[in-house]
Design a protein around this ligand. Structure first.
Ligand code: CA
Length: 225
């Protein structure tokens, strides 16, 4: 069984690699996000242990790109209890399991074995709000049975809104999840893209799925507007 460990804390990473090798796993290690994504895409693994806060690319970004590339290797995310990223986010983004740091090594191995028994995860469920649907696996979006053509950014924005349907999400939340977390441009970019989306998913259908919540952000109505 091949395990890929993507973790920038070198002590923790090499400790894990060493321990897992003793358990009989073939273990690869990557210390930053870019390297981690490369190994995850180009080499076959049975399971991936993925830290969230990584230099280069975050664990979230890696997971997103892996699934978008059709790589369905089970992923166990390492979340930090005090961090900004929580377990709900990890599972939302398609992680198969998570462990909060600090964790015990024995518990990690038990989680990995359980994941391996389960095998590759199912393709993610189609997200929906009323007659608006978005399939993260096939990258298709439809409303009222009609296929909609979205750019990659519009697709990512709509996916984020759908995953948080009926919740108010701030522009900052959107920027962090849909744009790069280091994006330092104008937050008005969010408004611009919400406008683009509305013109594709709402206006032609006479709907108002994406509400502007003054001073707070946006909310996608679960019933589909
Ligand atoms: Ca880290």
């Amino acid at each position: 069984m091949r395990v890929l460990v993507v973790e920038d804390e070198r002590g923790l990473a090499s400790g894990l690699a060493h321990g897992l090798a003793e358990e009989g796993f073939v273990t690869g290690v990557a210390y930053d996000g870019v390297d981690g994504l490369w190994h995850a895409v180009h080499e076959p693994h049975d399971v991936i242990v993925l830290d969230i806060m990584l230099p280069g690319l975050s664990g979230y970004e890696i997971l997103k790109r892996l699934r978008a590339a059709g790589v369905w290797t089970p992923v166990l995310m390492l979340t930090a209890k005090d961090g900004e990223c929580d377990e709900a986010d990890a599972l939302d983004l398609g992680a198969d399991d998570y462990l909060s740091k600090p964790f015990s090594y024995v518990v990690l191995v038990a989680h990995l074995r359980a994941l391996l028994r389960r095998g590759a995860p199912a393709r993610p469920a189609v997200l929906a709000a009323g007659d608006l649907t978005l399939d993260p696996a096939s990258r298709r979006c439809r409303r009222a049975g009609r296929g909609l053509t979205l750019t990659a950014r519009e697709f990512a924005l709509l996916e984020f809104l759908l995953r948080h349907r009926d919740e108010v999400v701030s522009k900052t939340d959107i920027l962090t999840h849909v744009w790069d977390e280091n994006f330092d441009g104008d937050t008005n970019i969010v408004e611009v893209y919400v406008g683009y989306l509305r013109r594709k998913i709402d206006t032609p259908f006479g709907r108002r799925s994406i509400e502007t919540v003054r001073g707070a952000g946006y909310r996608l109505r679960g019933a589909g507007g």
